[in-house]
Design a protein around this ligand. Structure first.
Ligand SMILES: Nc1ncnc2c1ncn2[C@@H]1O[C@H](COP(=O)(O)OP(=O)(O)OP(=O)(O)O)[C@@H](O)[C@H]1O
Ligand SMILES: Cc1ncc(CO)c(N)n1
Length: 270
């Protein structure tokens, strides 16, 4: 009998320290039962402490890689991570529109956990106007939501209003991550634009420095569960459970001098 993998593709930057970017995405796809494919858009010189430099891959080479993967093996879901320039955002959009991919997950990566910028300022408008309207779900953190909306977000009680605004009147669902607020209970707020529902996903805050790549991991877990065919609400619930367990499992590891990674493979080994 012929068998078929559920295929998840990540279009993102490479983190040589292995905790964020393409590396986190591939680990997450693998842990969440998908066959992972990767298109690297930039090689980032970074580690748990910070970003030293970004080496962009030429844009035609990025679109060439996307075509090579999608023409051959296809994808049940595509996660888009760090896209550093306007030219790249437009080219990725144009290429993806040639394929009918329902499950496009956009993590609007702008700043690394270390505070370093990963998106050029002038590209923010392009991301908002060109890419957000074509994806199924976006996963901003609080600072990214503030930049997208051009206003500050002060407390947890603002999130249900903010999350709807981030849909910008498009049929785009929004997972607003609350990791950057300081409350002990951490409640991410999800707006399902397809059913017009708001869902709160609450967890205890884990006291750890190891939060490098939490955003990459969470969005890749959402892409994985969508690739499996789960409805949006169930996909985000299962992804939240996965990231929460990965943060808990990785919390006590000593790795690197800054923000260490989560433990992607907690189901398989300690
Ligand atoms: N200390 C923590 N304890 C428990 N859950 C956390 C913690 N920090 C982040 N999370 C969860 O991890 C997920 C990612 O959220 P976060 O706000 O950290 O994303 P991010 O800032 O985009 O990540 P990144 O560090 O990769 O840029 C969310 O579900 C969030 O609630
Ligand atoms: C390559 C890459 N993508 C995303 C992030 C955000 O965590 C990072 N630090 N590095």
């Amino acid at each position: 009998m012929k068998k078929h993998y559920k295929i998840a593709l990540s279009i993102a930057g490479s983190d040589p320290s292995g905790g964020a970017g393409i590396q986190a995405d591939l680990k997450t796809f693998s842990a969440c039962g998908c066959y992972g494919a990767t298109v690297i858009v930039a090689v980032v010189d970074e580690n748990t402490v910070g970003v030293t430099d970004v080496h962009p891959i030429p844009v035609p080479f990025v679109t060439g890689q996307i075509k090579s993967v999608l023409d051959d093996i296809g994808a049940d879901a595509v996660k888009i991570g760090m896209l550093h320039s306007t030219e790249l955002i437009l080219a990725v959009k144009k290429t993806l529109l040639n394929y009918n991919i329902k499950n496009l997950v956009l993590d609007p990566v702008m700043v690394a956990t270390s505070g370093d910028k990963l998106l050029q300022d002038e590209a923010i408008e392009t991301l908002k106007k060109e890419l957000i309207p074509i994806v199924r779900i976006i996963t901003p953190n609080i600072p990214e939501a503030e930049i997208l909306l051009g206003k500050s977000i002060k407390s947890q009680k603002d999130l249900p209003d903010v999350v709807k605004e981030l849909s910008f009147g498009n049929k785009v669902s929004v997972m607003l991550k609350a990791g950057h607020l300081s409350d002990e209970k951490l409640t991410d707020v999800f707006y399902n634009a397809e059913t017009d529902e708001i869902i709160e996903l609450t967890s205890e805050r884990v006291h750890t420095k190891n939060t490098h790549g939490t955003g990459c991991t969470f969005s890749s877990a959402i892409a994985s569960f969508l690739a499996h065919g789960l409805p949006l609400n169930e996909a985000v619930r299962q992804a939240k459970d996965y990231i929460n367990k990965a943060i808990i499992a990785g919390a006590d590891y000593e790795i690197g001098k800054g923000h260490g990674p989560v433990h992607h493979f907690f189901k398989y080994w300690e």
